[in-house]
Design a protein around this ligand. Structure first.
Ligand code: PMP
Length: 427
């Protein structure tokens, strides 16, 4: 179908003015003008269900965040070289959510910066350079993080010190013990590094493996991975940019489902509900080797306005009991999706934790062959029904269902109904 005139004009202008690395979603791009809670509206006034946004995690334009930011912005905004209570009050609050051994915080503006620093910390602490990530990982935009982000494709060279392990995908890996299997993959890569004269520095993983296809797996299975990392003198970095801040329902962080204590924890996206703020938390002894020798200053990182937003987010998660909500509604949604999967031979697997769900499309259940084209068609059809989501995984065939935590039980019919319709439309 032809694009309407405004959409065409904006799309052309964008292509002319912005760098071509930017990718637009959808053949018929969406022009959003307003958001509230779990919904968005386009320029024509159409209402959309947002099933893809963990940045506006507590709901679009949450009044508590708006008030906090407005109030602090009208009073003062400065940086971390002056004293300010907010950053300290917030750090005390945030540290209550992580294991006691992790007791130091540093603030940045993006997940990329948090992971970039985490890699530098791993290197300073271990004296090595080797970083292990999963095969379809994405960790950021900087030289260090993009060099450890195979999801960027073959155009982006990986660092010579990066090694890849296959993700712990229980749907595709045939093993009775996914935890032991994953740990063995890590050991293999550490050995390969050593054979090439590279000293291991750390494992950097998204603790729900979002870009690898959303792989929550059984709680506890990351424990052997942590052990193998420590036995080999490296650190375990939990990238919580995607699963963090109550999303998995079962726990506040992705790693916490596994009852492990990471050495470093990075976070971003949902932390400020749209205001740029990110953080790296670390065990003090792990951070020391870096901090003792290298100064760190991030102009906007940890500024009072960003921290005010982050404080409001934590308070809303507590006041609105969003972790419990994510578990309750997420479980209900997963049940409805599983029922839908039973009716469609092209749905191979449904897996999730709270409101973070992977819905894997295949040519048929028996062969498990990934069906990327169908996934793309489904995404486009959902868009026409005003349901926004996208795909993940090495084969691009997994629908990544990650609504705001404002998603309600009464939204399930819209999502599942549209999905059913899109699947029935065939290939
Ligand atoms: N880590 C993960 C797991 C991510 O998904 C992303 C962003 N998609 C990043 C890091 C980078 O975060 P940012 O875009 O805020 O730099």
């Amino acid at each position: 179908a032809a694009l309407d005139e405004q959409t065409r004009t904006l799309t052309e202008k964008r292509a002319r003015l912005l760098g071509d690395s930017y990718r637009l979603f959808y053949r018929n791009p969406v022009h959003l003008v307003r958001g509230e809670q779990q919904y968005l509206w386009d320029a024509q006034g159409n209402k959309y269900l947002d099933v893809y946004n963990n940045v506006a995690s507590i709901g679009h334009c949450h009044p508590a965040v708006i008030d906090a930011v407005q109030q602090q912005m009208s009073q003062l905004n400065t940086h971390t070289r002056y004293l300010h209570e907010r950053i300290l009050d917030y750090t005390e609050s945030l540290l209550k959510y992580v294991p006691g051994e992790v007791s130091k915080a540093m603030y940045m503006c993006t997940g990329s910066e948090a992971n970039d620093l985490a890699i530098r910390v791993a290197r300073a602490w271990s004296g090595g350079t080797g970083i292990i990530v999963t095969r379809e990982a994405y960790h950021g935009t900087s030289e260090l993080t993009s060099g450890a982000s195979p999801a960027l494709g073959s155009g982006q060279p990986l660092a010579a010190t990066t090694r890849l392990v296959p993700a712990p995908d229980r749907y595709r890996v045939d093993t009775p013990d996914i935890g032991a299997w994953f740990a063995a993959q890590i050991q293999e890569q550490i050995d390969d590094m050593a054979a090439h004269g590279i000293k291991f520095a750390g494992l950097l993983v998204d603790s729900i493996f979002s870009s690898d296809g959303v792989l929550p797996g059984p709680a506890g299975y990351l424990k052997p991975a942590l052990d193998v990392v420590h036995r080999n003198g490296g650190i375990f970095i939990a990238d919580e940019v995607q699963p963090g801040f109550a999303r998995t329902g079962e726990s506040f962080w992705g790693f916490a489902r596994h009852d492990i204590v990471p050495d470093v924890i990075t976070m971003g996206k949902p932390m400020g509900n749209g205001i740029p703020v990110s953080a790296m938390l670390a065990k003090p002894e792990v951070l020391a080797a870096f901090s003792d020798t290298i100064p760190y200053f991030n102009t906007f990182g940890g500024n009072p306005v960003s921290i005010a937003a982050a404080q409001a987010v934590l308070k809303v998660i507590e006041d609105e009991k969003l972790q419990q909500h994510s578990l309750t509604v997420g479980t209900q949604l997963q049940q409805e999706l599983a029922a839908l999967a039973a009716q469609h031979d092209c749905v191979g697997d449904v897996r999730g934790a709270g409101l973070f769900i992977g819905f894997e499309l295949v040519t048929d259940k028996a062969s498990k062959n990934p069906d990327k084209q169908r996934a793309l068609d489904v995404i486009e059809r959902l868009r026409e029904d005003h349901v926004l989501t996208s795909v993940a995984g090495p084969h691009g065939n997994v629908l990544k269902l990650r609504p705001t935590l404002a998603f309600q039980a009464h939204d399930i019919d819209w999502l599942v109904g549209s999905l059913d319709k899109a699947l029935r439309a065939g290939r």
